[in-house]
Write a protein of this length. Sequence first.
Length: 471
Amino acid sequence: MSTPAPSRPRPRLSADPVPSRGGDTHRRRTGRPHLLALLFFAGYAALSVTKHLQLRSTGYDLGIFEQAVRAYAQLRTPVSELKGAGYNLLGDHFHPILATLAPLYRLFPTPLTLLTAQAALLALSVIPVTRLAIRTTTPRLGTAIGIAYGLSWGLQKAVAFDFHEIAFAVPLLAFCLERLALRHWRTAAAWAAPLVLVKEDLPLTVTAIGLYILLSGRRRLGTAVLAYGVLSGLLIVLVVIPAFNPDGHYDYLHTATQATGDPLTRLLLPPQKLGTLLALLAPTAFLALRSPLILLALPTLAWRFWSTNPAYWGLGYHYSAVLMPIVFLAFADALGRLNRPRLVTQAVAVSVTSSLLALPFLPLRDLAGPAWRPSPWADAARQVMAAVPDGAEIAAVNYLAPQLTSRARVYRFPQVLDTSTKPEWLLISDPARGGMPDFAGELSRLPELPSLGYRLVMERSGIQLYRLADR
């Protein structure tokens, strides 16, 4: 009787759940993602907090978001005076998820609360990225991918530029895509659902997630998520935002509907857009393209590149933060599809090396020294601001505005001079008298102040405080 030939084992796809490899080893490897997240939280928080203490945060956008969260904490509508008197921020962007910060802000009413919360949210996303990478490779290689992700330029740029609502989207997307990779469809859909409360462009991503689930064979669930994304997006952009907007429309829709020639040329040119694509994929040795998860980056890339606003096309600000978990989870998923251990190791080495080589050019480099140097204007600014009473109405230049939004009603100088609002106080920094630099053109209105009834009442190192003469 012949012995039957042994059956060949089924190749494992990264989407298949991977069993644990023994008790002690499993316990050691599951602790690594949480430790990494804790370390990155410390780094992110240190960077953003020191920037604020050095007067390098701005009214646009930290001050604006603090005014919204402060209003939620006081059970008011999210009005931001920096955007304009009585301006409801839900008429600018749709981000009701900010209300979840209200209880924390009620306990700690300071912009540092927002910055620390953002650091925690971004660091939290390190856990699912590292966890999937460990599952699809090895504990050592997976941890290395987690480090490369935490150091990624998109996250660093977001940490360095004030606070933004997209900090909520980063961990939601990370946990969602981890579940998609493991074919845990219902859990993935649950993580995707709150994305529509973060910002009005994210229903597009939710729609793509629904399509992904649909094409993976879960037709009913996929169709439901897809419909949820489409309908919520249309409702938010066409109904909700216009209802709160002072002009009755969604201000950013014109950049999507404006015709500018050939669509393909508009999406791919100027070359700055291609540079952004290269910067996104290079840290994964371009292997992220081997995973279908990378398709979930298309909605964000499409609206950014289709827009006529050049600020959306490049590497600056916070716009690429939501792409980082997609790219790195696609990378981890792709590595699980390879049956070439040496190539996997080389790809991870490329990822870590590229992140480390870029570090001297990215914000976290400041933790090596500049982040801890005292600002030459901080003490002077705090002395001047101490003369402003709590609850006062004041207009301030951009870099000084977020220093007061926790205890005063702050407008933007000099824009407030062109409105009917006349705050009692003005806070200005004059570089010609040793003050800190600010946006160009803000000081051109100084000669008008005496005729408007303002007189200088205090000055320290070029930081000037004006008050209405009849008060």
